[in-house]
Design a protein around this ligand. Structure first.
Ligand code: SF4
Length: 313
């Protein structure tokens, strides 16, 4: 059996179609510890840039995946943490563009774009998806809980500098949380920064899947639609409130549901049993939660997924 450690999917994605994920860091290696992170808490934030996984191993896996007949609409540097922390992420983007016919996408929190070498490496992407959910240093520390060396205004200035030198498309994701950053005056300030950065598209998201902090609550659909009007260009609401299954997920969902009827599991346990990436697990559990087929239970700092009591075996 062909196994991959750094390449996963393709995962069905609303924005990226069938997206091949390329993961360059161990789980939750990140400069942030966002309250809304779907991968759980960051054990220790870092700003250390190094070769967390060997670039050559990643390249070999990409070629093995392609040569086994793999196809995708996009190849995306994403996964378990912040890809720009990997010192070779630009080389991997270059390799993806050279070896795969689909566009290469960088998903980044943008915190390190103040560094010229990170901007140069990020410039290899066809699409850079940045995130912005705060409007000043105080909200940055409450929502994104960054590494202490990071400064909000310097990171935003880095995003602006990146925009000026980047020929590709920039999509900006704004993650809104009820009661934390969804007041109109707060969203107006985020929108002003978004306009200054100058992105091609702005996406509004909210906590429709179980986040790191149980207290984090989603903003409802109608309110997100209203808040979208505050952005220029007008933001698109990308939070998936629908209960429709993603393409090609039905078989895995049935197997996952069978297991959760027998015993509650964490996302990590599901990932291990099914050989899935945590991002894929989040897609399945997100849909099963929305359709009421499973529930999320908080036990000893961990989120467990289980079938409702009347549907357990
Ligand atoms: S949401 Fe992204 S940036 Fe925030 S902690 Fe999770 S991986 Fe890091």
């Amino acid at each position: 059996m062909t196994t991959f450690r750094h390449v996963f999917g393709p995962v069905p994605s609303r924005r990226f179609g069938r997206s091949l994920g390329v993961d360059l860091t161990p789980l939750k290696t990140c400069s942030f510890n966002c309250v809304f992170c779907q991968l759980g808490p960051t054990p220790q934030t870092t700003v250390e840039r190094r070769e967390y996984v060997p670039v050559q191993t990643v390249k070999d896996e990409i070629l093995r995946w392609r040569d086994a007949g793999g196809t995708a609409d996009y190849a995306t540097l994403s996964g378990s943490g912040e890809p720009t922390l990997h010192s070779g992420f630009g080389e991997v983007l270059r390799f993806l563009k050279a070896e795969l016919p689909c566009p290469a996408v960088l998903l980044t929190n943008g915190s390190l774009l103040y560094l010229p070498e990170v901007r140069a490496a990020a410039g290899q992407a066809d699409v850079a998806k940045l995130s912005l959910s705060a409007w000043d240093d105080d909200s940055f520390r409450r929502i994104n809980r960054p590494h202490p060396d990071l400064d909000f205004h310097r990171s935003v200035a880095g995003m602006r500098a990146f925009r000026q030198g980047f020929a590709g498309r920039i999509w900006l994701e704004v993650f809104l949380i009820a009661g934390l950053n969804d007041a109109p005056n707060q969203v107006e300030r985020i929108a002003a920064l978004a306009a200054a950065i100058g992105s091609d598209k702005i996406h509004l998201n909210t906590a429709v899947r179980p986040p790191a902090e149980a207290s984090v609550q989603p903003v409802d659909r109608d309110r997100l639609a209203e808040l979208a009007e505050l952005f220029r260009p007008r933001a698109e609401v990308i939070a998936d409130f629908s209960a429709r299954p993603g393409s090609g997920v039905a078989a895995n969902e049935t197997a996952l549901l069978d297991m959760l009827r027998r015993r509650p599991c964490t996302a990590r346990q599901i990932a291990d049993v099914f050989g899935m990436h945590l991002n894929e697990v989040a897609k399945y559990t997100g849909h099963l939660l929305k359709t009421g087929q499973i529930q999320a239970l908080q036990r000893a700092q961990e989120t467990y997924f289980a079938a409702p009591e009347n549907n357990r075996t």
